[in-house]
Design a protein around this ligand. Structure first.
Ligand SMILES: CC(C)(COP(=O)(O)OP(=O)(O)OC[C@H]1O[C@@H](n2cnc3c(N)ncnc32)[C@H](O)[C@@H]1OP(=O)(O)O)[C@@H](O)C(=O)NCCC(=O)NCCS
Length: 205
């Protein structure tokens, strides 16, 4: 999904993709992270996120995918489990069920995909900030995409973030303690695949 304004692109892969078993592009830090996952599915999804990011960055920079080194330093603790960063480009990886997605842009970007199989009804109170009742997967992915674009992740509760109603055009209406954000945020709903909800958020300078 190209968006010329932010030079963005969203790419999707099925977790069943055979590249998920190919560790060639993983550096030592990434191999260690992969090894820490207990479930084979998680190892495969992580690997595909690396492959997507390095392949896309290689295309954008004219380098070889194997020469792309991503920094995953967590700003909270310094461990290499944060969002991947690379000079001049912003990245966001998301995985759920059988799908892995990558967004790349020239501005901070957040991507979220959520398989609809998992009901969110029991955590509606943790998702909604007074928005009208509606598709919780739409609310969840919009808010998680926004929280990933700022880099806060789920450290910030979703109830701090108010978005438009699920059937209305997506937009950030309010963010507790951050009145600047609604005016410089672009939010989109995505339709990644049948059975999945998705959203993409950009934060403008
Ligand atoms: C980011 C977060 C919302 C993702 O949740 P999730 O259910 O795993 O969802 P997704 O599959 O959509 O996203 C995972 C990806 O988010 C990225 N990510 C990790 N931390 C991130 C952050 N703070 N902001 C944006 N993206 C982040 C990673 O790329 C990760 O994929 P990868 O490890 O395979 O590269 C959640 O993990 C979180 O809140 N993490 C940060 C919490 C934190 O800072 N804790 C302090 C630790 S010391």
């Amino acid at each position: 999904m190209p968006h010329p304004e932010f030079a963005s692109r969203v790419l999707w892969r099925r977790a069943s993709d055979p590249e998920a078993d190919d560790l060639t592009l993983l550096d030592a830090v990434e191999r260690e992270r992969r090894a820490r996952y207990l479930r084979e599915d998680d190892k495969r999804r992580f690997t595909l996120g690396v492959v997507l990011a390095k392949t896309e960055l290689a295309e954008r920079t004219g380098r070889e995918p194997g020469d792309i080194i991503l920094d995953r330093t967590c700003p909270g603790c310094g461990a290499p489990h944060g969002r991947p960063t690379y000079p001049d480009w912003h990245l966001s990886v998301s995985h759920s069920g059988g799908l892995v997605g990558l967004a790349v842009a020239a501005v901070p970007v957040g991507l979220d995909v959520e398989e609809r199989r998992r009901s969110l009804d029991d955590i509606a109170d943790a998702v909604l900030a007074g928005e009208p009742e509606g598709d919780l997967h739409v609310y969840w992915t919009r808010k998680e995409a926004l929280l990933k674009a700022t880099g806060d992740g789920l450290k910030v509760p979703m109830t701090d973030v108010t978005v438009t109603g699920a059937t209305e055009p997506p937009a950030l209406l309010a963010w507790r303690g951050r009145p600047d954000l609604p005016g410089r945020t672009v939010l989109r709903d995505l339709d990644p695949a049948p059975g999945y909800a998705g959203a993409l958020a950009f934060i403008l300078p």
